[in-house]
Design a protein around this ligand. Sequence first.
Ligand SMILES: Cc1cc2nc3c(=O)[nH]c(=O)nc-3n(C[C@H](O)[C@H](O)[C@H](O)COP(=O)(O)OP(=O)(O)OC[C@H]3O[C@@H](n4cnc5c(N)ncnc54)[C@H](O)[C@@H]3O)c2cc1C
Length: 153
Amino acid sequence: MKNPVFTNPERIKHIIDKCDTCYIGLSDKNNTPYVIPFNFGFEDGIIYFHTGPGGKKLDILQTNPNISVCFSTDHKLFFRNEPVACSYGMYYRSVVASGKVEFVEDYDEKIKCMNIIMRKYTGKDFPYNAPAINNLVIFKLLPEIIEGKELGY
Ligand SMILES: Cc1cc2nc3c(=O)[nH]c(=O)nc-3n(C[C@H](O)[C@H](O)[C@H](O)COP(=O)(O)OP(=O)(O)OC[C@H]3O[C@@H](n4cnc5c(N)ncnc54)[C@H](O)[C@@H]3O)c2cc1C
């Protein structure tokens, strides 16, 4: 029997907050998939990302802003019968979100986004200089779909 998905925002936030990395799935103009690990921030249901200019992911996002993002934590191997391979599995908590990415262009909003990301990893806000902020590319995802799954918890 499949374990059901849930959409409860608190349960989803609990999982996302436990993750230090997410995996962004993109699809280029030939529908070739491209998945990369990324750091992120999460606040009020919005996922924030930052990067430098250029590169494959940005080329893809310019032509197709649709992404899927996966978060996964609390992995624990289990078995029901040690000598039987098919009885092994992994407990987990995970979330999958999808929607259209929006680029953040406004200078003050970029700082706000950066602090959301930095607070996740350090617990603090930082000052930024203008060249650094101007050079940064920030994009965010307000998910159209966001669902969680857990096994063993
Ligand atoms: C834990 C973690 C967190 C990260 N957080 C961020 C972040 O917040 N912001 C950020 O910009 N980058 C982050 N990265 C790096 C990110 O995964 C990409 O490598 C980077 O953004 C460059 O992507 P690109 O598409 O511009 O690659 P390009 O520089 O254009 O290179 C494309 C080529 O490199 C390969 N490639 C790209 N990324 C990877 C990779 N991670 N591993 C193996 N091969 C790869 C591709 O298959 C492709 O062939 C993180 C990586 C890790 C492991």
